[in-house]
Structure formats: structure tokens, C-alpha cells
Ligand binder design. Structure first.
Ligand SMILES: Cc1ncc(C[n+]2csc(CCOP(=O)(O)OP(=O)(O)O)c2C)c(N)n1
Length: 666
């Protein structure tokens, strides 16, 4: 058992400080969730004062334990803890500005708002998925750096809501399979959610569920600090199973009339109830005041690992400079340069070979070269490895309890794969990528949205990107996914037209430190269009002119991915008739949008425009203007060979040429 120095009285005062800050901040904001922080205050006090390895003065310490508040609505719990333990940027002013514009204390914890917030949570279940990724990152890096440099736990606080979400099942199943023994979930087992008691909607035995997934389980009274401490101690001793500790708590603990009820979940308690809670808890201090003796006990907890931190700094100073840097930033300037150089070499090779390749194959060839030069690049797939081309000869497979590899078989768990990739990226030291079919990006979408919101470098390899996948039919043929993904801010949706563009896309994806990428790749072979690629990464501009006719344009054909070669054929048909057609390849709308007005105008031109994409039209108006025409999908696809489908749905060079002709005539 670690440090038993706290007396019962001190523990009680320290936990009550959390409760008071939570109820007072929510009351002042007239909005928020006091119940969970009040209920979990005892558990959190035990964790932060006796176990969690952190140094509040050095929140970026790479070997700190990670604390993930999956039940993000209880954000006041983490804000109170960060303030009390003395993290920078979290003073009482921030607590008083809870949920106000520009504060560090947003409604739900937001990554980047303050040190100590390890991930953005609020969408229930995501935090568990992130924690699985973080625990996995720890094992990868431990394998590479050794115990002196990387050896820490990941703690995740999850409520009934997190465990009801389907994502939790995928995540716990994956963690149990991989034997992530350093993952410890503290389950706020208060049996209350928004609608009322949880038995309104769920009656299963949660711990049985976890046991079935190879987890170590325990159940304790969450207000008995020694029982909680013993359970955490035991969990830390289990090396080859993740652990869950069901902490039976009372939501809104201390509120005389409301505790134990859903009314404390997500609304201010009210002045009268708060006064009653103060009396009941024996907390006589005014709002937003924590007496010195309590604050100093908390601040001491914030410093208790200072020596460990210093030992770590000393050990890290013995690493070579590159390894030390890559622990937090796997793609530094040198690696970025190596990526750019490799990309150029690959482009040259692709051009020399001139082969017709599906972009999923081109992507695999690119990875073959990049994996050895990017430290911390961890690949994977949701049981579609052979189809999506994410595995290379450079990979070794990660096995349960064995993290020497660099490729994860995530299984058919797309959502957990995406959430875990966020955790891998957030942990630091890792650049995650993994693949599935584009149509199943819908199964990853909530986590993709968070990759974008948190500005994380996560690369999603999404293949089988249109009716071009053929016989599998409309269930597997994405039509609306491109538009839906393009609607997410800070997400680069990249659809390369050939091998050269594909290499350029990977280059950008890996070097986009603050933006996730979706690589949208084909199943079917595509001809090489960029036959003489220069060193410049044209894809970085988002769109560029592939064919510029002599003597001005009559029409501009805009296309992405597999439809760029159709546009080129259409342009040839039009040229034969004396119509001057330009072709613009638009692999990434978001990057094109970020170019200056002059460049965009020069690329788009003044001539009438035809857009071509084997997907729905939604979003294309932006580029086509009111007079443009669109050749693409108007509904779901069908099951047939790809060539026939293109004809059936009228996405052909002839149709594109006809659309261009019509625009000129009208
Ligand atoms: C994916 C998702 N669905 C719904 C919500 C809205 N929501 C926030 S908290 C909550 C209930 C959570 O219950 P529990 O985890 O038991 O929290 P407690 O009542 O104990 O605070 C719901 C439905 C959400 N944040 N995320």
C-alpha cells in the first residue's frame, strides 16, 4: 500500500473541497453537472493523493500516469483537481468562469485548454477508447525505451453512460485481448443516469461483461477510501489484464434532499440545497474559498512525485537526442525531411514504372518505404488488412502482452480503432494510422470528429471508395460519406487520382501535425496521370491544373480520385471536336480552400465548370457555381462489375463530355 499519510479528517476535507468547488461553480454558471464530481470526490482524492504519478509543475512529463475523465460531463471534477493540485493555468478565476466563453473550464474538458486535460471528453464512451489507445501507446514505448523512460498507468473514470455505449464493448474487448494490464477503469457505479435509475434501461452485470473480456474486476464502496485504495493497489499488481473497479457511490453525495437522485446529474443544486450540503458535509467556507491547510495538503499531493520526475529527467538525459525528441514528437524536422525525400523517390519510381494501380495498392507501396523512416508509426486495420493495404513487409504484428510489433489487428471494431488511435496520438510518441472501407467511416465518425476537434495527427486509410468497388453492392458503396466527412472542420479528406498523388497525400498526412487525414482510396486500378512529377507536392495545394488547353478554356472539368482519369478522357473527346477543356484534379478540397484567392481563381478559371465524382453532389456547388453541371451519383449504387456500374449510373467520359458541351451551347 502506498502512502497512508492522510488522516480520515484530511481526506474528508480534501474530498469536500472538490464537492464544494463543483456545486458552487455549477451554481454560478447556472449550468453543469454537480452530481458526478460530488459522488466521485472520494475516489478521485484517493487516486490523486496516493497513486497517480504526476507532477503538477511539469504536466508534460512524458512518463506521467494518464487520467482520462471519460464521463466528461463531470468536468468540474478534473477542473477542481487541477486547481487543487496546483497545475499551471488553472487558478480560482478559471473555476469561477466555469462554462464561460474563453475560459479554460469549458462545459466538457477540452484537450488543449489546460495542461492536465489529456483528452476531450463528453461524447460518452470515447474516453474509454482513448484510454485503451494511451495504455497501448505506453506499452509500445515501454518496449522501445525501457522501464526507466516509459512505465506508467492509464486511469479512466467512466460512468454508467460510458459503459452503456456500444463503443465501450469494442474498447474493453480489445484491451482485454491485448492484455493491457496498465489500464485501470474506475467505474462510477452510482446506478443513476439522466432519465433516472439505471434499471430503467440496463440490468446486466457489468463486471461479468468485463470478466468475459479478460479483465480483472473488483467492486468497492466508493466512499470507503481504504477499500478504494486497496482495490487500486490490487489492480496495479495485475500485469496481464486490464482492471475495472466498480465504485459504488452516491451521486450528488452530501446534498441533503437530492443526493442519490437524477436531479443532481445535470443541473445546479440551488442555493438552499447547497446550504444544506455545506452543513451536512461540515464545509463552512464561502464559495470559491479553500482554506490554506486543505489547499496545502492538495498542493503537496501535486508535488509528491517531484523526485520521480527528477529521476526520470536524469534518465532521459542519457538518451540520444533523436530518441529523446521522438518520445514526444515522432516527426521532427529531420524525419519530416526524410519523408519528403522518400516521397519524391517514390513518385519518380511510380512515374518510371507507369503501372496501372489501385490507390490502395499505391498506398501500400508508399507505406513500405515510410514505415522504416518514421519512428512511432503504428499501423492497423479493422479486419480488412489484405483489402486496405495497411500491412507491409516492414511490419511485425502486435500480440497479446507482446508489444514489440508495429501493426495492430483491431478486429471488427472500427469505432474503438478510431477512438484508440486518438489515444495513441494524444499520448505522444506515436503516429497512428489504420484502415477500413470508406463506407464504414460512419462507424468511426464520432471519433474522427474528435481527432479533428483535438487537432490530432491520425491517419484514416479508407478504401473501396465508390461504386468502383463493384459487386459488393450498395451496402458497401459509399455515396454520401465524402460529403459527410468534408463537413467536419479541420479534417483533410484526400482522394488521390493516381499513385503519384497518393504518395503526395501520405507526405502531407504525416506532416500535418494538427490535422487528421482521411485517405480515400480505390479498389479498382487507375492509370498513371502524373507521368512527369516534379519535386513539388502539387497535392499540397488541394487542387491544381492537370491539363491546360492552349489558347484559353471553353470549359473546366473538375474531378477527384478515380474520376480524374475519366475527366482526362472527356477532355480528349472535347479536344477532338475543337472544344478547349481544362482538367483540374482536386484531391483535397480543404487544402484548396486554404489557398489564396488568386490561386483558386487561376485553377478554377472563368469558363463554365463540370464536376465529376462518383458520389452525391452535396458540396460541389461551392466549386461549380450556379451555372455548373455535375456528373456523379444521384442515389445508392448497385451490385455489378465496376465498369458496368459506371456506365449504368452515367459516369463516363462521354457523359462528362456531353455535360461540358451542353454548358458551352447554353
Ligand atoms: C454519446 C452520448 N450520448 C448522450 C450524451 C448525453 N449525456 C450526458 S451524461 C448522460 C448520462 C450519463 O449517465 P452516467 O454516466 O451514469 O452519469 P451520472 O449520471 O452518474 O453523472 C447522457 C445521456 C452524451 N454526453 N454522449
Amino acid at each position: 500500500m502506498q502512502d497512508r499519510a492522510l488522516t480520515d479528517a484530511t481526506h474528508k476535507d480534501m474530498a469536500n473541497a472538490i464537492r464544494a468547488l463543483a456545486m458552487d461553480a455549477v451554481q454560478k454558471a447556472a449550468s453543469g453537472h454537480p452530481g458526478m464530481p460530488m459522488g466521485m470526490a472520494d475516489v478521485a482524492t484517493v487516486l490523486f493523493t496516493r497513486f497517480l504519478k504526476f507532477d503538477a509543475a511539469h504536466p508534460e512529463w512524458p512518463d506521467r500516469d494518464r487520467f482520462v475523465l471519460s464521463a466528461g460531463h463531470g468536468s468540474m471534477l478534473i477542473y477542481a483537481l487541477l486547481y487543487l493540485t496546483g497545475y499551471p493555468d488553472m487558478d480560482m478565476g478559471e473555476i469561477e468562469r466555469f462554462r464561460q466563453l474563453g475560459s479554460r473550464t469549458a462545459g466538457h474538458p477540452e484537450y488543449g485548454h489546460a495542461p492536465g486535460i489529456e483528452t476531450t471528453t463528453g461524447p460518452l464512451g470515447q474516453g474509454i477508447g482513448n484510454a485503451v489507445g494511451m495504455a497501448l501507446a505506453e506499452r509500445f514505448l515501454n518496449q522501445r525505451y525501457g522501464d526507466d523512460i516509459v512505465s506508467h498507468y492509464t486511469y479512466c473514470l467512466a460512468g454508467d453512460g460510458c459503459l452503456m455505449e456500444g463503443l465501450s464493448q469494442e474498447a474493453i474487448s480489445l484491451a482485454g485481448h491485448l492484455k493491457l494490464g496498465r489500464l485501470i477503469v474506475l467505474f462510477d457505479d452510482n446506478q443513476i443516469s439522466i432519465d433516472g435509475p439505471t434499471d430503467l434501461s440496463i440490468t446486466e452485470d457489468q463486471l461479468e461483461r468485463f470478466r468475459a473480456s479478460n479483465w480483472h474486476t473488483a467492486a468497492v464502496d466508493g466512499h470507503d477510501r481504504e477499500a478504494v485504495a486497496l482495490a487500486i493497489e490490487n489492480a496495479r499488481g495485475v500485469a496481464d489484464q486490464p482492471s475495472i473497479i466498480a465504485c459504488r457511490t452516491v451521486i450528488g453525495y452530501g446534498a441533503p434532499n437530492k443526493e442519490g437522485t437524477a436531479s443532481t446529474h445535470g443541473a445546479p443544486l440551488g442555493e438552499e440545497e447547497i446550504a444544506g450540503a455545506r452543513a451536512r458535509l461540515g464545509w463552512s467556507h464561502p464559495p470559491f474559498e479553500v482554506p490554506d491547510y486543505i489547499l496545502s495538503a492538495w498542493r503537496a499531493a501535486g508535488r509528491r512525485h517531484r523526485e520521480a520526475y527528477e529521476r526520470w529527467t536524469e534518465a532521459a538525459s542519457r538518451l540520444d537526442a533523436a530518441s529523446r525528441k521522438h518520445l514526444v514528437d515522432p516527426i521532427d524536422i529531420e524525419v519530416a525531411e526524410a519523408i519528403a525525400k522518400a516521397t519524391n523517390a517514390i513518385k519518380t519510381d511510380f512515374a518510371a514504372e507507369g503501372a496501372k494501380l489501385a490507390t490502395r495498392q499505391s498506398s501500400q507501396k508508399v507505406l513500405e518505404r515510410l514505415v522504416p523512416i518514421v519512428p512511432g508509426l503504428i499501423g492497423g486495420s479493422a479486419d480488412l488488412t489484405g483489402s486496405v493495404g495497411t500491412l507491409t513487409k516492414q511490419h511485425a504484428i502486435v500480440k497479446p502482452g507482446d508489444f514489440a510489433g508495429n501493426y495492430v489487428h483491431y478486429g471488427v471494431r472500427e469505432h474503438a480503432m478510431a477512438a484508440a488511435m486518438n489515444g495513441l496520438a494524444l499520448h505522444g510518441g506515436i503516429v497512428p494510422y489504420a484502415g477500413t472501407f470508406l463506407v464504414f467511416s460512419d462507424y468511426c465518425r464520432p471519433s474522427i470528429r474528435l481527432s479533428a476537434l483535438m487537432a490530432q495527427r491520425v491517419v484514416y486509410v479508407m478504401t473501396h471508395d465508390s461504386i468502383g468497388l463493384g459487386e459488393d453492392g450498395p451496402t458497401h458503396q459509399p455515396v454520401e460519406q465524402l460529403a459527410a466527412l468534408r463537413a467536419i472542420p479541420n479534417l483533410n479528406v484526400m482522394r488521390p487520382a493516381d499513385s503519384v498523388e497518393c504518395a503526395e497525400c501520405w507526405d502531407i498526412a504525416l506532416r500535418s501535425e494538427n490535422t487528421p487525414t482521411i485517405l480515400v482510396l480505390t479498389r479498382q486500378g487507375l492509370p498513371l496521370l502524373r507521368t512527369a512529377p516534379g519535386a513539388e507536392n502539387l497535392t499540397a495545394k488541394g487542387a491544381y491544373v492537370l491539363i491546360e488547353p492552349d489558347g484559353g478554356r471553353d470549359v473546366t472539368l473538375l474531378a477527384t480520385g478515380s474520376e480524374v482519369s475519366l475527366a482526362v478522357e472527356a477532355a480528349n473527346l472535347l479536344h477532338a471536336e475543337g472544344i478547349k477543356a481544362a482538367v483540374v484534379s482536386m484531391p483535397c478540397w480543404e487544402l484548396f480552400d486554404a489557398q489564396d484567392e488568386d490561386y483558386r481563381q487561376a485553377v478554377l478559371g472563368a469558363a463554365p465548370r463540370v464536376g465529376v465524382e462518383a458520389a452525391v453532389e452535396f458540396g460541389w456547388q461551392k466549386w461549380l457555381g450556379p451555372t455548373g453541371a455535375f456528373v456523379g451519383m444521384r442515389g445508392f449504387g448497385a451490385s455489378a462489375p465496376a465498369q458496368e456500374l459506371y456506365k449504368h449510373f452515367g459516369i463516363t467520359p462521354e457523359a462528362v463530355a456531353a455535360a461540358g458541351r451542353e454548358l458551352i451551347v447554353s
